[in-house]
Write a protein that binds this ligand. Structure first.
Ligand code: 5GP
Ligand code: ZN
Length: 107
């Protein structure tokens, strides 16, 4: 997936403001935030979208969703936050590497 911008962020080939990284996932601030806090959680391994996930991504998807509130709290979203997973052209997806948007207003 050499032309995938998020794979390049995973590989460190283009810069991003990372707030979390482990063996499976990376979280970083959105370059065009729609709220004062807006970051994305992505898997390190390329998957096009939620619609391209199967049972092999079950653990990964659970991990990403469980990380969202932890990272949101660390980013100051103690009062709550929104999540979005845009899927496919009809769902407004622009970057075809699975990602969970997390955004909101700090307390
Ligand atoms: P989508 O519409 O696919 O759900 O969202 C893609 C998101 O990726 C957009 O909110 C856009 O601002 C963000 N984005 C696109 N290119 C880059 C980039 O190079 N760096 C970062 N940090 N975010 C990006
Ligand atoms: Zn990718």
């Amino acid at each position: 997936m050499s032309d995938c911008i998020f794979c390049k962020i995973v590989a460190g080939q283009i810069p991003a403001t990372k707030i979390y990284e482990d063996d499976d996932v990376v979280a970083f601030h959105d370059i065009r935030p729609i709220a004062p806090v807006h970051f994305m959680l992505i898997p390190k391994l390329h998957v096009d979208s939620l619609a391209h996930c199967g049972p092999e991504q079950q653990v990964l998807l659970g991990k990403m969703l469980l990380l969202a509130p932890k990272l949101a709290q660390e980013q100051g979203l103690e009062k709550g936050f929104k999540t979005a997973i845009n899927t496919g052209h009809g769902g407004g997806q622009e970057v075809f590497h699975l990602h969970v948007h997390v955004f909101g207003h700090p307390a």
